[in-house]
Design a binder for this molecule. Structure first.
Ligand code: XMP
Length: 319
């Protein structure tokens, strides 16, 4: 029988045997996998775990603060927060191509993480929230097309120069099993059942060049959409939902005047494995409400569209 409690007990034993008195470093992203890995490791080795959380400036509204509140404050885990927004934005300036943006974001992440790791010279292990599907996907990626279509940077990304031994406590688990572990370990429901969020974050939800101004507008629009999905009980019924920033201007009327502002697209999908997806048939009244709120509350956005493309052929993300 598959029992979260037993899996946790077994993993803890295994982690303790492997790690001994060593120090373990973990890159916390705020996503489900690295969060569960952190909670599990903390339970196994306590303060021998040090988490590094890189704020790349491409996170959602309030996300960095939430991560700190959940892990540092609530769970008492040591988390080093690195604010690296400027560095990521500088590296992304002028870059339009989606794959190039992914590579840059992945590369800068590794640089920032490595620099931090070098300061923590007492660490011997690097823990990652790799789960079973990642293992399969990255294995396939060497020969197959999966990696070429979109190079995810969260698997096998960290270089050997770090000289750390790799620890992957979730390597044999599927997503739903990881979630059950997270719940058992006391992580909040909202975190455990959170929609997936891509490693490159808003970097691939701002079409073309990434600018701080765009990221700020997108964060506001996205937060309204997500808040309304929660309020109207749609969040858990869709598999993934978010706003996308379109760097095109469109004419509108606001009050007495004409405006000429940006456009956002809302995307919500239902999917089992994220390989195929159906656009979520959210009620018109709901979409109407969200659209009005975004246009009224986010100065700089004057038009909202809803994405009605299925996957295939459209991918879930726009880039
Ligand atoms: P697509 O857009 O390929 O997305 O239909 C399928 C799922 O993967 C997520 N995704 C990513 N996750 N790094 C990630 O960690 C990425 O570069 C990336 N691109 C897409 C996407 O959010 C969806 O859940």
């Amino acid at each position: 029988l598959w029992e979260p409690r037993h899996i946790i007990a077994k993993s803890i034993e295994h982690i303790r045997t492997e790690v001994g008195a060593d120090t373990v470093l973990l890159g916390l992203s705020g996503g489900v996998d690295s969060s569960v890995a952190a909670a599990l490791l903390h339970k196994a080795i306590g303060d021998q775990l040090i988490c590094v959380f890189v704020d790349n400036g491409l996170l959602r509204q309030g996300e960095a603060d939430q991560v700190m509140a959940t892990f540092a404050r609530h769970l008492g885990i040591k988390v080093i927060r690195i604010s690296a927004e400027a560095r990521f934005l500088e590296a992304l300036a002028g870059v339009i191509d989606p794959e190039a943006k992914r590579k840059i974001i992945g590369r800068v992440f590794i640089e920032v993480f490595e620099e931090e790791a070098a300061k923590l010279s007492n660490a011997q292990w690097l823990a990652q929230g790799t789960i079973y599907p990642d293992v399969i996907e990255s294995a396939g990626g060497k020969t197959g097309k999966a990696q070429v279509i979109k190079s995810h940077h969260n698997v096998g990304g960290l270089p050997e120069e770090l000289n750390l031994k790799l620890l992957e406590p979730l390597r044999e688990l599927f997503k739903d099993e990881v979630r059950q572990l997270g719940t058992e370990l006391g992580l909040p429901f909202e975190l455990v059942y959170r929609h997936p969020f891509p490693g490159p974050g808003l970097g691939v939800r701002i079409l073309g060049e990434v600018k701080k101004e765009y990221a700020d507008l997108l964060r506001l629009a996205d937060a309204i959409f997500i808040e309304e999905l929660h309020t109207h009980d749609w969040y858990d019924k869709v598999s993934q939902a978010f706003a996308v920033f379109l760097p095109v201007k469109s004419v509108g009327v606001m009050g007495d005047g004409r405006c000429y502002d940006f456009v956002v697209a809302l995307r919500a999908v239902e999917s089992v494995d994220f390989m195929t997806a159906r656009w979520a048939h959210l009620p018109y009244d709901f979409l109407d409400h969200v659209s009005r709120r975004i246009i009224n509350e986010v100065a700089g956005i004057s038009r909202v569209t809803y994405d009605i493309s299925g996957k295939p052929p459209a991918t879930i993300e726009w880039e």
